[in-house]
Design a protein around this ligand. Structure first.
Ligand code: SF4
Length: 320
């Protein structure tokens, strides 16, 4: 029987961002340079496939520094860590490498700058996400107020509306954040903040690409992990922007074809921590069921690259 036709609208940009590529490379180079095991505090990026691939090469993932034995290198994940984590590593004489994305570090520095000049800080973000824990942990407890949604923005109580700043998590919904920022600016006209928000280029571009294809799609598959903030936001953006049947899948074997339903146009994208190989796997799964035509929809191109820590900048050279 001939297979039914399916047009895949492939969002671009999708998948790995510069911060994720850098973080993974830090682990790979550390394994080459120091040899296994290399410990990593928290999933280096939120993707099971990436974590398992690095585990197979000798990386050991732990949630707390207390699980790191003496004498082995430890890497902090791309999401950033509270200040107490490097302090604890120093106190224990551990050798550590920080894979925090430079765009997250930039938000940490903003928070410190505001605090230095006496401003109370509102962080727009999701409670419990490691990036939020890391950002709040740049300053003493209580220095940063967390605003998670528009209702919080309408009700948050501050010490001094004249001496106030906001910062944001980097992986939020651009539209939801704009609404929260507008509420805060209406309530506190003198609030300081970044020109727009701190949402990174990769999150913004992936959401733009989803917006471009969502209204044309019968269903959309977002390749990403349930604990990946930017992947979850892509699902929400697709649903809001005209494709209610948007589903998060970690990989091809997760696809619930009953939920995908009758499709002739399927959108596919991937969160910033999902490797392209998993997108290819999803496309192959489509080919088993459909006669596939692929149309890539590119909204912008990306050329951002971040430097590695100096100690890893060059591949180690073997000596005779
Ligand atoms: S999603 Fe953005 S902030 Fe997060 S690692 Fe990638 S570039 Fe950095």
């Amino acid at each position: 029987m001939p297979k039914p036709p399916l047009t895949i609208l492939l969002a671009s940009p999708r998948g790995f961002c510069a911060g994720v590529e850098r973080a993974i490379e830090i682990v790979e180079r550390a394994l080459e340079k120091f040899g296994p095991p290399v410990y990593v505090r928290h999933e280096i990026v939120h993707n099971r496939f990436v974590v398992e691939t690095l585990e197979a090469k000798g990386a050991v993932f732990v949630e707390e520094l207390s699980a790191v034995p003496p004498g082995v290198p430890v890497i902090f994940s791309a999401h950033g860590v509270p200040k107490q984590v490097p302090a604890e590593a120093q106190a224990r004489n551990l050798f550590y490498l920080d894979a925090t994305c430079p765009l997250v570090s930039k938000v940490h520095r903003e928070a410190e700058r505001h605090a230095r000049i006496g401003r109370q800080i509102i962080l727009i973000g999701h409670a419990g996400h490691p990036e939020v824990i890391g950002t709040m942990g740049q300053l003493p407890e209580g220095a940063i107020l967390l605003v998670e949604n528009a209702e919080d923005a309408r009700t948050v109580q501050v010490h001094d509306p004249e001496n106030l700043a906001f910062i944001t998590q980097t992986t939020l919904s651009v539209d939801d954040t704009a609404e929260m920022v507008a509420i805060l600016q209406r309530r506190f006209p003198h609030i300081h903040g970044p020109k727009k928000e701190d949402i990174c280029y990769a999150t913004t571009n992936r959401q733009q690409a989803v917006k471009a294809i969502a209204p044309q799609c019968d269903a959309m598959l977002v390749v990403g992990a349930p604990n990946s903030s930017n992947s979850q936001r892509l699902v929400e953006v697709a649903r809001k922007l005209g494709c209610p049947n948007a589903l998060l899948v970690q990989r091809a074997s997760d696809i619930d074809w009953d939920r995908v339903g009758d499709v002739s146009r399927l959108g596919i994208t991937a969160g910033a921590s999902a490797p392209e190989i998993l997108v290819e796997e999803v496309i192959e799964a489509c080919r088993i069921r459909f006669e596939v035509t692929i149309r890539e929809v590119t909204v912008t191109s990306e050329s951002v690259q971040f430097k590695l820590p100096r100690i890893l900048a060059k591949p180690s050279v073997a000596t005779a």
